[in-house]
Design a protein around this ligand. Sequence first.
Ligand code: G6P
Ligand code: MG
Length: 220
Amino acid sequence: MKFNNIKAIIFDLDGVITNTSEYHYRAWKKLADEIGISFNRDINEKLRGIPRKESLEIILGDLIIDEKEKERLMEIKNNYYIEYLKNMGPDNILPGSLEIIKEAREAGIKTGIGSSSKNAKTIINNLRLGKYIDAISDGYSVSNPKPAPDLFLDCAAKLGVAPSEAIVVEDAESGVEAAINGGFRVIGIGPAERVGKAHIVLQSFEGVNLKDFINPGSGL
Ligand code: G6P
Ligand code: MG
């Protein structure tokens, strides 16, 4: 299928534009080892699109700790994560993503980022992507996390488009649900078990052009 009348594309960041999942894994793993709780890559997979605090709570499982201690642990993890982000540059943009962003802008389609991450702006700067992006909604923009549609609605409002005129690109199940809940057209990146609820499922943007998912003459 292809979409009609598209005025904007809102991209999730982690897992769509770049792959930070490995850095999140290493940072959470270091923290988990230090506090003596188990953490592995399977649990890490469940954290795609999940904000920092909810991620910590998933990792802690049945362990009950107070808010102040949660804040302390999140700060330790984030400091480890920020260290990994320092190694990141334009080479870390996933294949095909920048090409799709450039193609959209040339076609007069606006581009936005809708990411749960509070580090989104740092990552966009490290990837040197800022000049290609019209609006950013990040972990500071709204209080209801995905699967609530709030983050994408916030980005669509900044871009001045209706949800029905915008495509959301997501790699997380919670993100696909958020976009569908908001009335967006949705492209899922990754396996169907994870993003199968999206209108279109792609393995990646490698070798993909806008005309593969937007009808010519209706936004192009
Ligand atoms: C993205 C990632 C999640 C991460 C969340 C918060 O959605 O997919 O794995 O937990 O951002 O990231 P932050 O950089 O704010 O800790
Ligand atoms: Mg993601």
